[in-house]
Write a protein that binds this ligand. Structure first.
Ligand code: NAI
Ligand code: MG
Length: 500
């Protein structure tokens, strides 16, 4: 909001709005005309679109409008078998025969094509997932391209990944991904697998298959040989058939801890390599010497970003007692200004909860939080759209370590806050979880940040920031958050074996 002075023509800022007042932005809706969605989509096996043997299809919907988007083929065991065999043939006949340099060229080409079609992919992801266009446009899709660029660069340099040992690809990788970052999770898994010389059968989440299927157009445009990447859509049974297939040499899974455990049991003793990236209950630690406004912004970003559908969401907040009321007041004021609504609106901060089932699960956990006696706050000034899976963000304070909302992964825009008096207490509380994916430390004192970070059991620790991703940085957790690392040089190793 600016106006110009008559004399100088220079812009002067308008008087600032009263504190707590939400400035109304005119809607700025991204057009969905750029995407075409086929009404019915098949499986992609051996470079062909094929119908599922059993002829079954399921629907994927737009969680913001609940309108159906497309019918998706459901792969049965026979289809999964065909896909794995196609991947094995492509591995034996083409992909494992190429030099690293040649594989890298395909990956660079894919990365560039993703950049060229970034807007289309961002809109499609927003339609299928419900997350705001601002995130798919500024976070998800740029990171998808970045991961292909990064691993393209490794393809001809694998000899430097573990100097002094000879490395070889494994063969067929079976990859199963969730609905919260559909295309980004596909990139995290496909790019290192191909760079290392493996071929892939990918199973997208049943809630969000569209961008992975769209990626096939890009692979074809890049001339990727048939069978190098195959896509089998379907739900848990399709995933289970993939992990159980005897020709699969490596299983990569991101999703719930419960399914991760099932997969670990199913591959035990098979000789398959396994990486699991599971849930979390990550904590922010705000010390009294922190830059409070920045910390509040980081906390908001860490839990309300992507509707809280983030495995490393900062869902617990630990605040040093002397600043706790100040932090919580600022947080409540900030929450009133969050914009919840149409994910295609470029002003939207919080989009739609991905599915009705997830919405119900979050609501149940919020009710439990209220019943167990934590102090509840939700910004009632926020009006929700009449239709679609929307929810106001909320904050529980005076949370005890025994409360369900402090222990269980909610996977929604729900923050659980409590206080501490000493760094030792903060560390003990942060580590008091079966998970160990991420943590955020907020302090202006570098030595304190390092000392605390060294004692936190979390795979990723951010200092004075949160939810920043980069393909060069390994990502993964401790305990029930899974094992193995994705990203960076570490992310190559699950796709390679040491040979004599
Ligand atoms: P899920 O773990 O059931 O689904 C993840 C993927 O695994 C999907 O592609 C699904 O089809 C597949 N799958 C399901 N059962 C399988 C099986 N037996 N074998 C092989 N693949 C199988 O997660 P869901 O049901 O979508 O979400 C439930 C909860 O899990 C969420 O509320 C959240 O708490 C957590 N979650 C965590 C994620 C993370 O990034 N860590 C991602 C998604 C969910
Ligand atoms: Mg499930």
């Amino acid at each position: 909001m600016t106006k110009t002075t008559a004399k100088t023509g220079r812009a002067v800022p308008a008087p600032s709005a009263a504190p707590g007042l939400v400035v109304d932005y005119a809607p700025s809706i991204e057009s969905d005309k750029i995407v075409t969605i086929a009404p019915r989509q098949q499986l992609y096996i051996g470079g062909q679109w094929v119908k599922p043997v059993e002829g079954r299809y399921f629907q994927t919907t737009n969680p913001a409008t609940l309108a159906p988007l497309s019918e998706i083929a459901e792969a049965g065991a026979a289809d999964v078998d065909a896909a794995v065999r196609a991947a094995k043939r492509a591995y034996d006949r083409t992909w494992s025969k190429l030099s690293g340099r040649e594989r890298g060229r395909y990956l660079f080409r894919i990365a560039r094509l993703i950049q060229e079609r970034a807007r289309e992919l961002a809109v499609l992801e927003t339609l299928d997932n419900g997350k705001p266009i601002r995130e798919t446009r500024d976070v998800d899709i740029p990171l998808v391209a970045a991961h292909f660029f990064y691993y393209a660069g490794w393809a001809d340099k694998l000899g430097y990944a573990l100097p002094g040992v000879k490395l070889a690809p494994l063969g067929v990788a079976g990859q199963i991904i969730p609905w919260n970052f559909p295309l980004l999770m596909a990139a995290w898994k496909i790019a290192p697998a191909l760079a290392c010389g493996n071929t892939v059968v990918l199973k997208p989440a049943e809630q969000t298959p569209l961008t992975a299927l769209k990626l096939i157009e890009i692979f074809e445009a890049a001339g990727l040989p048939p069978g190098v990447v195959n896509i089998v859509t379907g739900a848990g049974a399709t995933g289970a058939a993939l992990t159980a297939h005897p020709l699969v040499r490596k299983v990569a899974f991101t999703g719930s801890t419960e399914v991760g455990k099932t997969i670990a049991r199913s591959v035990a003793g098979s000789g398959k390599k396994l990486t699991l990236e599971l849930g979390g209950k990550s904590a922010h630690l705000i010390f009294a010497d922190a830059a409070i406004d920045q910390a509040v912004e980081g906390v908001v970003n860490g839990i309300f970003f992507n509707q809280g559908h983030v495995c490393c969401a900062g869902s617990r907040l630990l605040i040093e007692e002397s600043v706790a009321e100040r932090v919580l007041d600022k947080l409540r004021t900030r929450m009133q200004k969050l914009r919840v609504g149409n994910p295609l609106d470029k002003n939207t901060d919080i989009g739609a909860i991905n599915s009705t089932a997830e919405l119900e699960k979050i609501r149940r956990l919020v009710e439990t939080g209220k019943q167990e006696g934590a102090r509840y706050y939700e910004p009632e000034n926020i009006t929700l759209p009449a239709k679609g899976n929307f929810l106001r963000p909320c904050l529980f304070s005076d949370v005890a370590s025994s409360h369900t909302i402090c222990r269980v992964e909610v996977f929604g825009p729900v923050l659980a806050a409590s206080t501490f008096r000493t760094p030792a207490e903060a560390i003990a509380k942060a580590n008091d979880t079966p998970y160990g994916l991420a943590a955020g430390i907020w302090s202006e004192k570098g030595s304190k940040v390092h000392a605390v970070a060294a004692q936190l059991r979390a795979g990723v620790i951010w200092a004075n920031t949160y939810n920043k991703f980069d393909p060069t940085a390994p990502f993964g957790g401790y305990g029930e958050s899974g094992y193995g690392r994705e990203g960076g040089r570490h992310g190559l190793l699950p796709y390679l074996e040491v040979v004599p």
